[in-house]
Design a protein around this ligand. Structure first.
Ligand code: ADP
Length: 484
């Protein structure tokens, strides 16, 4: 892979602890899923290094909290500049280890950078309050202080942005940050940590611990007494486990977990707008996003027309190696993922779904799964209950508003949902009554640094990005001045 990267210092093969890249005797492989070949070996973090990561993080945080906000902002801006200067290399590294197309990878780097930019600005905008006191000789002041050392675990679907969205907010708030990226995609994490150091971020403030043994690393990040807060992006199953692990030391916890996004197309929807939004939403990163439309409810009066238009658009997608610029959809994270997606499709067919395009199993050891449209799916079929995490659209017909509202809310998840209508009354009703943290109204491309990203129900709690994104990294302290 080295021959494809201009800035060789971006390729690192061990954890980044207290300003140094470190090695161990045990290495794991990072592979390119598109070609099913090994890219590079990376050293698995050991117990001693994990401890050093936490201790150096704790020390670094104590100094960082006293650095003036303007200086924190300046360092974040320098980091942003370096991330921008290395944009193409970072995107290539990501496409290689993750399988997404170069265009998707470039878009993710830009998205990831937008959080560094946003929080470089927010660093200067942390406010407290003065509050009317209940007695003449008292004064109440409220200040906000960094929570301290933050432990994080992030997934492979967005190897850059899921880290910058948390880390930049943590640094802006005055926290230090230790992250375990997914073992599938450690290279993107190590590269951005290298650039943060080059930007002048003090040693120990940003540590990256890499390894395949997620349980061992996760145990340290969720139980170490020096870690004050834990933040996770990943599956609901693992999120529950890690939340429980945090209980013993009563850490502040935030969770960005799975979704099961309904996408509702009403009879009065602009179908062109809805299809454009669905294509952008669903096929980005080959359907491997937690806000990906998972259940497509289409009013029966436009069902036929909508599915025909959709199949036509899906047939234009060109799938293949993400590094090939003519391809606009890549592969899944590994061949087991392709197998899993096909199991869901096969199950849906057994329950009565009709394949309009795609739907065929891929060869063993092959991480590509074809873009697929299924019609004749019913609410409650297994495929509508699972997070598909692949390029499969399951179309369900509906005939009235009450039913589709109940069906859209009939899930333990509550991350994102989307609906398409021109009717103001419907916009109001569905905006308020859909039980989700994020609602796309005639839109399904909703993530950006200015907006609060996060879910309700078993999709988690806490918000990332936006003016709310700092709150998860700040403690509120109340000062009571007496005898005045
Ligand atoms: P996904 O299905 O997207 O891989 P996971 O929740 O399995 O979602 O993984 C998200 C992150 O959680 C990854 O970094 C993974 O290594 C980590 N992870 C998975 N299982 C555990 C665990 N038991 N303890 C700690 N981290 C875990």
């Amino acid at each position: 892979m080295r021959s494809l990267i201009k800035n060789q210092a971006l390729i690192q093969q061990g954890s980044f602890i207290n300003g140094q890249f470190v090695s161990t005797n045990y290495h794991f492989e990072v592979t390119n899923p598109a070609k099913n070949v090994t890219l590079i070996q990376v050293a698995e973090v050991d117990a001693k290094q994990l401890n050093q990561a936490v201790e150096s993080s704790s020390l670094a945080q104590k100094s960082w909290q006293n650095v003036p906000a303007q200086e924190k902002a300046r360092i974040l801006r320098r980091w942003l500049t370096l991330l921008e200067e290395n944009h193409d290399d970072l995107a290539t590294i990501m496409s290689l280890e993750q399988g997404k197309t170069l265009a998707d990878a470039k878009a993710e780097i830009a998205y990831g950078n937008s959080f560094v930019e946003w929080f470089s600005e927010e660093a200067k905008r942390i406010y407290g309050d003065t509050v009317s006191a209940p007695a003449a000789d008292k004064r109440i002041t409220v200040i906000k202080q960094p929570v301290g050392v933050v432990g994080a675990i992030t997934p492979w679907n967005f190897p850059n942005a899921m880290i910058t969205r948390k880390a930049a907010a943590a640094f802006a708030a005055g926290c230090s940050f230790i992250v375990k990226p997914a073992a599938e995609t450690p290279l993107s994490a190590l590269a951005i940590a290298y650039l943060a150091q080059q930007a002048g971020l003090p040693d120990g403030l940003f540590n990256v611990v890499v390894g395949e043994n997620a349980q061992v690393i996760g145990e340290v990040l969720t139980t170490h007494p020096l870690i004050n807060k834990f933040t996770f992006t990943g599956s609901t199953r693992v999120g529950k486990l890690l939340t429980a692990q945090c209980a013993n030391t009563v850490k502040r916890v935030s969770m960005e977990l799975g979704g099961n996004a309904p996408f509702i197309v009403f009879d009065d929807a602009d179908l062109e707008v809805a299809i454009n939004a669905l294509m952008a939403n669903k096929f980005r990163n080959c359907g491997q996003t937690c806000i990906s439309a998972n259940r497509i409810y289409v009013h029966e009066s436009v069902y036929q027309q909508f599915s025909q238009m959709l199949v036509e658009r899906v047939s234009e997608l060109k799938q293949g190696d993400g590094l090939e610029p003519t391809n606009n959809i890549g592969c899944l994270i590994h061949h087991q993922a392709a197998k899993h997606v096909h199991q869901l499709v096969a199950g849906a067919i057994e329950q009565g779904a009709k394949v309009q395009i795609g739907g065929l199993p891929t060869a063993p050891e092959n991480a590509f799964y074809p873009p697929t449209v299924l019609t004749n799916v019913s609410h409650g079929d297994a495929i509508t209950q699972a997070e598909i995490f692949g390029p499969v659209l399951a179309l369900i017909a509906f005939d009235d508003d009450d039913t589709v509202l109940a069906q859209a809310n009939d899930t333990d998840y509550g991350l994102a949902c989307y609906f398409f209508t021109q009717q103001l009354k419907r916009v109001n009703r569905f905006s308020e009554q859909l039980d989700y943290g994020m609602v796309g109204i005639n839109d399904a491309v909703i993530s950006n640094a200015a907006a609060p990203f996060g879910g309700v129900k078993q999709s988690g709690y806490g918000r990332e990005g936006s003016k709310y994104g700092l709150d998860d990294f700040l403690d509120v302290k109340y000062l009571c001045h007496g005898a005045l």
